[in-house]
Write a protein that binds this ligand. Structure first.
Ligand code: SAM
Length: 191
């Protein structure tokens, strides 16, 4: 596993026998995130790709509450792809596709995005808590792929900590530093 990839399950939360991982943050943020997507997707049908899905919990929540849309989870990590598949099987929802193996540092993302076997009517790409933990080339690849695959009226949604004018807008600096130390302790890194 790449050194910057978060390993869910290392925070003491149990891993289900089928491989389902549980992210603490999901329980805090999923309703607020879903509300924003619901607003944009109201009255639309088509495909949404989630980039860097992690455990797979968000995509299940989206698919359950926004059933007109077909959801395409994705990740780079084998353990996370397994968790996404396990959550997908557990949910039993018809509007979640098998996870795509997308390495966002590759601007083409994956073959399915352009060979007709993946999403064909892309309404949006959603990406949470990825670009601040990964090397900058991952953000560059995310934007390059979004620019290539999203139509003009489609949207890229990003969730995570951001700076404006050099200052963190979402969380106090001490919290970011504390998280950085915590991740370092787990051999991960946060910029
Ligand atoms: C902090 S987790 C966030 C997971 C999920 N989006 C969430 O908010 O719960 C970061 C995710 O980014 C994924 N990731 C890191 N580098 C990546 C890359 N180059 N391409 C695709 N996914 C990547 C990791 O495997 C991990 O699942």
């Amino acid at each position: 596993m790449a050194e910057y990839v978060v390993e869910f399950g290392r925070d003491g939360r149990p891993i289900e026998a089928d491989g389902r991982l549980d992210a603490a943050a999901f329980h805090r943020n999923h309703q607020a995130i879903r509300a924003v997507l619901q607003q944009f997707l109201a009255g639309k049908s088509g495909d949404v790709v989630e980039a860097g899905s992690g455990t797979g919990q968000h995509v299940v929540d989206f698919a359950r509450h926004i059933p007109e849309v077909t959801w395409w989870p994705s990740d780079l990590s084998e353990q996370h792809l397994k968790s996404i598949s396990a959550w997908r099987a557990h949910a039993g929802l018809a509007n979640i596709r098998s996870p795509l193996r997308i390495d966002l540092s590759n601007p083409e993302w994956c073959a399915e995005m352009h060979n007709g076997s993946g999403p064909t009517n892309l309404l949006a790409v959603f990406c949470a808590n990825v670009i601040h933990i990964a090397p900058w080339r991952v953000a560059e690849g995310l934007f390059a792929g979004a620019g290539r695959y999203l139509r003009t009226e489609a949207r890229l949604f990003l969730y995570g900590p951001f700076k404006r004018g050099g200052k963190h807008t979402a969380v106090p600096l001490w919290a970011v530093q504390a998280r950085r130390q915590a991740y370092r302790a787990q051999q991960c890194s946060v910029r």
